[in-house]
Design a protein around this ligand. Structure first.
Ligand SMILES: NC(=O)c1ccc[n+]([C@@H]2O[C@H](COP(=O)([O-])OP(=O)(O)OC[C@H]3O[C@@H](n4cnc5c(N)ncnc54)[C@H](OP(=O)(O)O)[C@@H]3O)[C@@H](O)[C@H]2O)c1
Length: 246
């Protein structure tokens, strides 16, 4: 699909990768961008319209679908990472929050916007997933489970919407330089790189985006030896727990 002239809605558009999508879409010639934010902020480009949108609020999701009827490109970017292990966390609160935002939030948006996209010629849905959709790891246990669920959602929605011509894209970044992983010291790519690779994939009709070396490597390992990733996650967890944290 053509980015030039499209009407996009980006969730979590106030910062990080979502903000970079707004900038990238403007540069690529989008006609209009609805910038979904929990707290709407004034926008400086007349093509960008901030809308109040907490993806866990069914009323706000319905309101967005009612007022943004011309959308042709939905970018489900909003996400949370609570860095909770599955067993070691003090409660299930972090796991529930991640499922509410990363899985149910994205599902609610897909359900609300699928009929509009169909009416508008098919268009595209982009779900910002993660390498954590392919592999788990101790401290990211509940986040990974939510992103694996979101990968299942992406694949299922793709099947249901193929007949109406909607391209459904899953994006699997490694570490990206945003607030979410501010305390991670590993190499990170820029949000702009995620956006650039994703917009190229949409234009080419590709369904999976591996925007960096880490994601390419993890996907390749998964093909060659599905259990290798679990073994390295185990080794990393053992090293952490032997060191006495978390
Ligand atoms: N950074 C990484 O290394 C990385 C890697 C792989 C995938 N991802 C994914 O990329 C996406 C964007 O993350 P980021 O790195 O840009 O993180 P970020 O800088 O922490 O931004 C997260 C965004 O999601 C919004 N958000 C959170 N809960 C929401 C809700 N209930 N409704 C609507 N918006 C909500 C936040 O809004 P507020 O400002 O109101 O909190 C913020 O705009 C997420 O899905 C994340 O899982 C990130």
């Amino acid at each position: 699909m053509d980015i030039k002239g499209c009407v996009a809605l980006v969730t979590g558009a106030n910062r990080g990768i979502g903000r970079a999508f707004v900038d990238g879409l403007l540069a690529a010639g989008a006609a209009k961008i609805y910038a979904g934010m929990r707290e709407p902020q004034a926008q400086h480009d007349p093509r960008v319209q901030a809308i109040r949108l907490d993806v866990t609020d069914q009323g706000q999701v319905a309101e967005a679908a009612a007022t943004c009827g011309d959308v042709t490109l939905l970018i489900n970017n909003a996400g949370v990472l609570t860095a909770s292990p599955l067993i070691g966390a003090a409660s299930m609160d972090g796991a529930r929050t991640e499922m509410e935002v990363n899985y149910f939030g994205a599902l609610a948006m897909c359900r609300a916007f699928a009929p509009l996209l169909g009416r508008n010629g098919g268009g595209a849905i982009v779900n910002i997933l993660s390498v954590a959709s392919f592999t788990t790891g101790g401290k990211f246990g509940s986040y990974s489970a939510s992103k694996m669920a979101a990968l299942g959602l992406t694949r299922g929605v793709r099947i249901e919407l193929r007949a109406q011509g909607t391209l459904v894209v899953g994006v699997h970044p490694g570490f990206v330089d945003t607030d979410m992983v501010a305390n991670v010291t590993a190499a990170k790519i820029s949000p702009a790189q995620v956006v650039e690779r994703t917009l190229a994939a949409i234009a080419a009709g590709e369904e999976e985006v591996l925007p960096d070396e880490r994601s390419v490597g993890i996907r390749q390992t998964l093909r060659e030896d599905p259990y290798a990733l679990e073994r390295s996650a185990q080794a990393a967890w053992d090293a952490l727990t032997i060191a006495g944290k978390p």
